[in-house]
Design a protein around this ligand. Structure first.
Ligand code: OEZ
Length: 121
């Protein structure tokens, strides 16, 4: 049996792709699928200094930019917080961001990650 020598980044990439697939499924309208631009959101680039969206996070996963799941979680929280900063609480974007944040924190909870790490061996 040839032992699969992994540089470690491969395992992390697989985990992150799995996590992103499940988290992005919650974004049914695709509001977080691509960068927000000033045309659909007036003044967005003046208010949000560090934009983030799922397509950018996917690129970072594929380029092995993240060095841990917690590193990925930082971008995920940033994406949700941006939406809760720019949009008023009564908007669909704020409400979706709040929902994404809650479901994401369950998936990215310490317990969950520990059990995932244990199952990966
Ligand atoms: C990639 O971002 C988007 C893509 C598509 C849509 C969209 O289909 N909007 C229609 C639903 C009512 C208009 C909205 C957004 C969108 C996301 C956001 C976020 C995430 O703040 N946003 C804020 C204000 C206005 N539009 C948006």
């Amino acid at each position: 049996v040839t032992e699969v020598r992994d540089d470690g980044k491969g395992v992390l990439r697989e985990c992150l792709l799995y996590i992103q697939k499940h988290l992005q499924r919650k974004d049914v309208n695709g509001f977080f699928a691509a960068p927000v631009n000033d045309t659909i959101a007036p003044g967005y680039s003046n208010i949000i200094k560090e934009p983030m969206d799922f397509s950018t996070m996917l690129l970072k996963i594929e380029n092995d930019t993240y060095d841990s799941i917690m590193d990925y979680k930082t971008d995920y929280v940033l994406m949700c917080n941006n939406a809760m900063t720019y949009n008023r609480p009564e908007t669909i974007y704020y409400k979706e961001a709040k929902r994404l944040l809650q479901s994401g924190m369950k998936m990215l909870s310490k317990e969950k990650l520990l059990s995932m790490r244990r199952s990966l061996g």
